[in-house]
Design a protein around this ligand. Structure first.
Ligand SMILES: Cc1c2[nH]c(c1CCC(=O)O)Cc1[nH]c(c(CCC(=O)O)c1C)Cc1[nH]c(c(CCC(=O)O)c1C)Cc1[nH]c(c(C)c1CCC(=O)O)C2
Length: 341
């Protein structure tokens, strides 16, 4: 029997949808925290193929999810382009900033990213050997806009203000940066597929802060380019696009970009998505990650409600965003029982 996730991506409607969770390998799991400790820190874990493969496998062993997602980070691409990257404990990522032509000039060409990223391809090769036969591996990268917001600000920002400011004040530089990230992302994802990733996902976590024509130019168009080039190189490759908080812009996104599936955040209702988004194909989502912390009957009811609302078309069950460090692993079992039971 073909893998459940691949069947959903091919448009098959299933009584019980395949399920995996964003950030399923992460700090809510004690075994993840132990392996990260063993690696030293988060980035050392990302670049250690044996240990990165181990943390990718941990949630598969514990929960029996229908897909594994490569353990890495979207900010490895800026690092491969030459940006400095480090993580401040309890705060998050920091990067050297790109706000002037002088900052941009030393960035490497896209074809040079493989030197830094080759350990990630080794992680993929290990995983293809070690994953159970029925569990496909999802590779991923950040979408150009989201990656650019971190490269421009040098950190996460609540409103992506610095990136919007550069877009408004120096559009040629902003567009050159997006172009470089786009090219690097094509190279990176293509190499993941060559190493054995069976599906790829493009995370545009901050797509929702792009409005109107900006959304089309800087979220939709780059996704379309990346997906078009990947499918030219790997014709059967399924792609999941996640323009988080796109709202009304979710409508038609998969048709316009060529994505096989669109990821939904928790702000849109499953009923609305069934009518307006799922008519174009597979959707993924969209349980509120908070329910993995609070649990109880509401978790059970919401899981079933989303499953039922999206049951008339192809659906991959997931959260609306990543599972948080304060989530209770027991609640994952509760959700799986509600979904599959
Ligand atoms: C914006 C973004 C990043 N990284 C990612 C995104 C897009 C998705 C999203 O919106 O969440 C994507 C990502 N990051 C990670 C994965 C691995 C696969 C998975 O299990 O989903 C994936 C797919 C591991 C990680 N990436 C990070 C962790 C936590 C690091 C740790 O172990 O201390 C993990 C497991 C760190 C990270 N990485 C990033 C930030 C802002 C942070 C700090 C915030 C935080 O601590 O949660 C950048």
């Amino acid at each position: 029997m073909a893998k459940k996730l691949l069947r959903a991506l091919a448009g098959e409607v299933q009584d019980v949808p395949p399920v995996w969770l964003m950030r399923q390998a992460g700090r809510y799991l004690p075994e993840y925290r132990a392996t990260r400790e063993q690696a030293g820190d988060f980035l050392s874990l990302c670049y250690n193929p044996e240990l990165a493969a181990e943390v990718t496998l941990q949630p598969i062993r514990r929960f029996g999810f229908d897909a594994a997602i490569l353990f890495a980070d979207i900010l490895l691409v800026p690092q491969a382009l030459g940006a400095d990257l480090w993580f401040v404990k309890g705060e998050g990522p920091r990067l050297s900033t790109v706000t002037t032509q002088a900052d941009f000039n030393p960035l490497k060409p896209a074809s040079d990213v493989h030197g830094t990223l080759s350990p990630i391809y080794e992680t993929v090769r290990i995983l293809r050997r070690e994953l159970p036969q029925d569990v496909p591996l999802i590779g991923f990268a950040g979408a150009p806009w989201t990656v650019a917001t971190y490269m421009i600000a040098g950190r996460g920002t609540p409103d992506q203000g610095p990136a919007h400011a550069l877009k408004d004040e120096n559009r040629p530089l902003f567009e050159a940066l997006l172009e470089r990230i786009t090219e690097a992302t094509i190279e990176y994802l293509s190499a993941q597929v060559e190493a054995g990733a069976e599906v790829v996902k493009l995370f545009d976590s901050w797509a929702g802060s792009l409005k109107g024509d900006d959304f089309d130019a800087y979220a939709l168009e780059p996704a379309k380019r990346i997906i078009g080039e990947l499918k030219a190189r790997h014709p059967d490759l399924p792609v999941i696009a996640f323009p988080r908080e796109a709202g009304e812009k979710y409508v038609g996104f998969s048709r316009a970009t060529g994505a096989d599936c669109v990821g939904l955040d928790s702000r849109v209702s499953a009923d609305w998505a069934a009518e307006h988004v799922q008519k174009d194909g597979c959707v993924q989502g969209n349980l509120d990650p908070k329910l993995m912390v609070t649990g109880g009957q509401e978790l059970i009811d919401e899981t079933k409600r989303i499953r039922d609302a999206l049951s008339k078309g192809p659906h991959i069950f997931n959260l609306g965003h990543g599972i948080t460090p304060d989530a209770d692993p027991e609640n994952v079992h509760v959700m799986l029982e509600a979904l599959r039971g």
